[in-house]
Write a protein that binds this ligand. Structure first.
Ligand SMILES: *Cc1c(COP(=O)(O)O)cnc(C)c1O
Length: 346
């Protein structure tokens, strides 16, 4: 294959743009463990302001951001209510148990979306033998469900249930930006219902590294202590925070282009004989489909890679494709052309 592969494995594979590299070159830095990196201060305060919260802390990954949140909201032995396909449950190395001694109580939502009454039903009683329910985690957009968006009224309902039962609320908003661009609901309108929110700058926004945990002054002060204990205190980190700040300021609106590309990809893939996919199910930048001709996802992915199209497995026959800033409409059309020889057979 002479043409370079079209990489649809994840929205994390983007390369920094020239403007972003310039922002890195120009970054003012200091030792952030001493709280002296001016670029990090700006990134944290702009992110907090955008989400309508008091404070934010910059961390190396979305996993660390979520895991710090779990640690500050719950005690060992407590139970965390979350959707069964949540990233926290599937893709964080078992850290909720490993780092914080927490038990997860999975709720089976519809396409990743839990309802208020499902959450209410998952809350434990107060007998000595009951685990203590202390936290509800919501994921928006929902990765494993295919980039689905939580309706704001459903979040409102879940938050009411949580408040009535003295549970705190955490949002895994790795792709909150995508939900906002697609739904027209602002970041702050979603964030209002949560005590803490994790947002990633290294996904669709295209920064090389970094996430932020956002919340009240009091909670973020606790989060800073946990970040240090988890090994996430960084020194002249303005170098990467400058790229993250550039992404936050300039790359949010461009996500709508990724969404258009995902829809185009889904429509074209759905025509192929070996593909089970409902293009109407695509809401943001993630396309999930199944191979229906008896081949495994991994076999098909190898054949696709041989043709210069990269995607990832999400189940025995399930494949995920993700659009991002480094993929153009021409790339999408080329990917469809290349994939036809692998997927259009019956
Ligand atoms: C990517 C992602 C994260 C965090 O991932 P890192 O690779 O640790 O930055 C958290 N939640 C969701 C839903 C994600 O997609």
């Amino acid at each position: 294959m002479e043409a370079p592969p079209i990489d649809l494995r994840s929205d994390t594979v983007t390369h920094p743009s020239p403007a972003m590299m310039q922002a890195i070159m120009d970054a003012a830095v200091g030792d952030d463990v001493f709280g002296e990196d001016p670029t990090v201060h700006i990134l944290e305060s702009e992110t907090a302001a955008l989400l309508g919260k008091e404070a934010a802390v910059y961390v190396p990954s979305g996993t660390m951001s979520n895991q710090i949140a779990l640690r500050i909201h719950a005690q060992p032995g407590d139970e965390v209510i979350l959707e069964a396909d949540a990233h926290i449950r599937h893709y964080e190395g078992g850290a909720a148990a490993g780092l914080s001694g927490l038990q997860l109580n999975p709720v089976h939502g519809h396409r990743g979306i839990m309802t208020g009454s499902q959450v209410a039903a998952a809350i434990r009683g107060h007998f000595d033998w009951d685990p203590r329910s202390s936290l509800v985690c919501v994921e928006n957009t929902h990765n494993r469900a295919g980039g689905t968006i939580y309706p704001l009224d459903v979040i409102t309902e879940i938050a009411e249930v949580a408040r009535e039962n003295n549970l705190t609320m955490h949002l895994d908003g790795a792709r909150l930006w995508n939900a906002c661009v697609a739904s027209g609901v602002s970041e702050a309108a979603y964030a209002e219902h949560f005590d803490t929110i994790s947002v990633c700058l290294s996904k669709g926004l295209g920064a090389p590294v970094g996430s932020l945990l956002v919340g009240s002054e009091e909670l973020i002060a606790k989060a800073r202590r946990v970040r240090k204990a988890f090994g996430g205190g960084m020194r002249q980190v303005g170098i990467i925070a400058a790229a993250a700040l550039h992404a936050l300021r300039h790359h949010r609106e461009g996500l709508s282009t990724d969404h258009e590309h995902a829809l185009l990809l889904a429509r074209e893939l759905s025509v192929f004989a070996a593909v089970d996919l409902d293009p109407d199910s695509v809401q943001t930048n993630i396309v999930m489909f199944d191979v229906n001709d008896g081949r495994s996802a991994t076999d098909v992915l190898q054949e696709l890679a041989n043709c210069g199209v990269l995607m990832v497995p999400f189940g025995p026959t399930r494949i995920r494709a993700t659009t991002h800033r480094d993929v153009t409409e021409a790339h999408i059309r080329a990917a469809i052309g290349r994939a036809g020889s692998v997927l259009d057979r019956s």
